[in-house]
Design a protein around this ligand. Structure first.
Ligand code: FES
Length: 493
């Protein structure tokens, strides 16, 4: 018999991005019931999800095209304590189901005996009792018959032990907790904008209320919840992980840049490295107890030493908000940027203090963005675009992601290897690199390429780079009919 699973779990079971299933739901290929997909429908659409004939683990869980068993083995498993707790909960549910089944079985057998007695008392000739007896016996035979196991159900049960599924209310968003991650870490890796502060159990800002399921403490915390908070099920998301395979929590998420406070943090330089003759990577690390909460695509102001007003510059964060301690910046050589001058002169060394103010900016993924995504960058406009792409990949909700990257210098594609790695590892990711020394002309050529490749698709566009690039490409896309709500742009230098 078919089971019903969430879209999130279904995507994990058949090994496709969640956005692909959501698109099939929107096109009517998949019908949802209460937001759930039947495993029968999944098997019909993804018939490669079948039992293999050989191997032990593989006999149960291998998918022919993309090995589920391999994916399972590659995961970092939770701690023994967490696994034991999840198995215990699953065994409890199983025991409950078994107990109910035994009671139903006893009830049906008693009913069959009473029918037999009644038929005997009636002299054996009552046709209505005979029909009832036949129906009962046929029903029992059908219920007790051995049917082939639904492979997706088996895989789902296995996944429930190694990765718990969390539903967030009231948004309804879902994420999975893998390995040793806390609820906060797992939620951030999945691209959720959860509320938090220190990340180490001392501020209390990550409080969530558990409304269904169990949690396990995974880290010491100094922050003390009040007795009423504990009684109402509040826990610290940064210090707890899922103790049951399914968990529902209540918490408010940021809906956009206005919900992210501006912070001031003294970071230290972890590394300074040339990515190309005219582009430096600046890697900053925040203190463990004071991380930067930001949205992908936002920028910050960097100052070389607290109080040094002269050496300040604004730069977009190039890394993913899911790693809020390690912040990357791509700094181009520029006569107008005193910070860049110090970096290129070799005056900034690992261990130096850099003060950071921010985040700022509204160049972020639209809330609940579900269009195919097209990113267009020019030179170091790739920095916020990289952060956005990593965030979109975490969300796993976009049906496809396409990157167009224009370089106005010969060495402008300073992370082409990163693009190649994404495209090799991810089905829905494609990229195109182009070069032109004039950003406006390069943007026009890019617009022509976008029209040729993607224009019949209803995409959302995220554009970053110098003014001439951004204004030309935005104007050409708008003139071609892209609605303003699907055009997002940021001038970066
Ligand atoms: S983020 Fe500060 S206690 Fe969890």
């Amino acid at each position: 018999m078919a089971q019903w699973v969430t879209v999130w779990r279904a995507a994990q079971l058949v090994g496709v991005p969640r956005g692909v299933l959501q698109q099939r739901v929107r096109s009517g290929e998949i019908a949802l019931a209460d937001g759930l997909i039947s495993t029968e429908t999944l098997l019909a659409l993804y018939p490669q999800a079948q039992l293999e004939e050989s191997g032990m683990l593989e006999r149960v869980v291998q998918i022919r095209d993309e090995s589920f068993g391999k994916r399972l083995r590659e995961r970092v498993l939770p701690s023994q304590e967490v696994m034991a707790q999840r198995l215990f909960r699953q065994s409890q549910e199983l025991a409950d189901v078994q107990r109910h089944l035994q009671r139903y079985h006893a009830l049906v057998i008693a009913l069959r005996d009473r029918l037999r007695e009644a038929q005997t008392q009636a002299g054996g000739g009552d046709p209505r009792l005979a029909a009832l007896q036949r129906q009962l016996n046929d029903g029992l035979a059908h219920a007790l018959a051995t049917e082939p196991v639904d492979v997706l159900d088996v895989m789902d049960d296995l996944l429930k032990v190694v990765s718990a599924q969390v539903t967030v209310r009231p948004s309804g968003r879902q994420f999975t907790v893998e390995g040793h991650d806390s609820l906060l870490q797992a939620g951030m890796k999945a691209g959720l904008k959860l509320n938090y502060g220190c990340g180490n159990g001392s501020c209390g800002m990550c409080k969530v209320r558990v409304t269904d399921g169990q949690v396990v403490r995974c880290m010491h915390s100094d922050y003390a919840l009040s007795e009423p908070e504990k009684a109402h099920g509040y826990v610290l998301a940064c210090a707890h992980t899922a103790g049951s395979s399914e968990l529902t929590i209540e918490t408010l998420e940021a809906s956009g840049p206005d919900d992210i406070p501006v912070q001031q943090i003294v970071t230290s330089v972890r590394a300074v490295r040339a990515l190309a003759p005219d582009t430096m990577l600046l890697h900053l690390q925040t203190p463990r107890s004071h991380r930067l909460r930001f949205l992908a695509g936002q920028w910050v102001t960097l100052g070389l030493a607290e109080g040094e007003q002269g050496v300040r510059a604004d730069h977009p964060v190039a890394s993913c908000p899911c790693d809020d301690r390690n912040l990357h910046f791509f700094v181009p050589r520029s006569a107008n940027d005193a910070l860049a001058a110090r970096l290129f002169a070799g005056a900034v060394k690992p261990g130096d203090a850099v003060t950071l103010w921010g985040p700022q900016g509204r160049f972020v993924l639209a809330d609940d963005e579900s269009h195919p995504l097209v990113f267009a960058a020019c030179d170091t406009g790739f920095a916020p675009v990289k952060s956005l792409i990593e965030h979109a990949l975490s969300l796993d909700a976009a049906p496809s992601i396409t990157l167009f990257w224009l370089a106005t210098r010969a060495d402008g594609h300073f992370l082409a290897n990163q693009c190649r790695a994404w495209s090799q590892a991810l089905d829905p990711f494609e990229y195109s690199l182009s070069t032109h020394d004039d950003p406006g002309t390069g943007a026009s050529q890019m617009a022509a390429a976008i029209r040729a490749d993607l224009f019949d698709i209803d995409c959302a566009f995220y554009i970053a780079g110098p003014q001439a690039f951004v204004s030309t490409l935005s104007a050409e896309l708008a003139a071609a009919g892209v609605p303003a709500s699907q055009l997002h742009a940021e001038v970066t230098s």
